[in-house]
Write a protein that binds this ligand. Structure first.
Ligand SMILES: Cc1cc2nc3c(=O)[nH]c(=O)nc-3n(C[C@H](O)[C@H](O)[C@H](O)COP(=O)(O)O)c2cc1C
Length: 279
């Protein structure tokens, strides 16, 4: 894929999006309706009045709710916050609900491009040291996603030593692409001067991906960040027209979940925190 074609296509899609969402009221109505339908058809959101109550209300900006204290133990749980969800309770619920859901568990339903744009748009609000905004996303939809899947399978054969080669892994790269609605290659554009440490640029991209994934969760779209040698390869980097010190950091698979929304687990935060108060 030439970079020029890709960016032209992206611009076309982008202007379509702007036209559809921001300019034409009729399209805005259609967008709102499809968003509402998607939310209602998603098990996680549909069954949760907690989420729906929030999603159809505006975020209050005052933040004077008593639940926004630093002590997480005093946050309302979803039962008590059912009808008047505080922002912090909604954010907590959203963060805890974000799950890695793999293409094997996706349904056949295509995700609306406008939702993917909303995810990308929110990714773009990640924190960034020096305002370098290093995140880059290459979206592959429809036939393009299959081409990418096949390319990744070829790259897998090239980068894997013969003794470690597992044909099933190459096949999975193809079937994952088929199962997904959109593939988003996650990349980091290195600052020309190199003034900001590379690790901070990677961290900013990770923040952007978290924004993207949380937005997907709020919409009811499933996804997962996949890495691995073929995806993070020099071959893919060059194919995308990335230069010099830019890096591919992974591939985000997008689709609708065809299974129940999974629950997650984490060990307690107290194990990971050292909290000092005394001098
Ligand atoms: C940078 C990064 C790379 C990841 N790469 C893979 C991967 O290659 N394969 C995979 O199965 N999961 C990958 N994951 C997803 C993790 O497996 C997943 O986040 C973890 O199992 C916790 O599940 P949860 O996201 O549902 O909370 C990756 C996650 C991150 C942050």
């Amino acid at each position: 894929m030439s970079r020029r074609t890709s960016s032209r296509k992206q611009t076309e899609i982008g202007s379509e999006f702007v036209k559809g969402i921001l300019v034409e009221p009729a399209c805005l109505l259609i967008y709102d309706l499809s968003l509402s339908l998607a939310i209602r058809s998603t098990p996680l959101l549909h069954e949760s009045d907690f989420f729906l109550n929030f999603l159809f209300r505006h975020f209050p900006h005052t933040g004077n709710d008593s639940s926004t204290t630093r002590n997480t133990r005093s946050m309302p749980n979803e039962d008590t916050a059912d009808t008047h969800a505080s922002p912090v309770a909604v954010v907590t619920k959203l963060i805890e609900s974000r799950r890695s859901i793999k293409p094997a568990d996706f349904s056949d339903r295509r995700v609306e491009d406008a939702f993917v744009w909303q995810m990308l748009s929110n990714a773009n609000w990640a924190p960034t040291h020096g305002m370098t905004e290093p995140w880059r996303f290459f979206v592959f939809a429809d036939a393009a996603r299959l081409t990418l899947g096949k390319l990744l399978a070829r790259i897998y054969h090239e980068v894997t030593p013969p003794e470690s080669l597992k044909p099933a892994k190459a096949a999975k790269l193809v079937s994952n692409a088929e199962r997904a609605s959109h593939l988003i290659v996650i990349a980091m554009k290195r600052q020309a001067s190199g003034k900001i440490p590379e690790v901070e640029e990677i961290e900013a991209v990770a923040c952007a991906v978290q924004n993207l994934h949380l937005t997907a969760t709020a919409i009811g779209v499933a996804g997962y960040w996949s890495s691995g040698a073929a995806i993070c390869s020099e071959q893919l980097r060059q194919h995308l027209g990335l230069s010099g010190n830019d890096r591919v950091l992974g591939l985000f698979y997008v689709g609708y979940s065809g299974t129940d929304w999974p629950t997650g687990t984490r060990s307690s935060v107290e194990e990971k925190v050292v909290w000092s108060s005394d001098a």
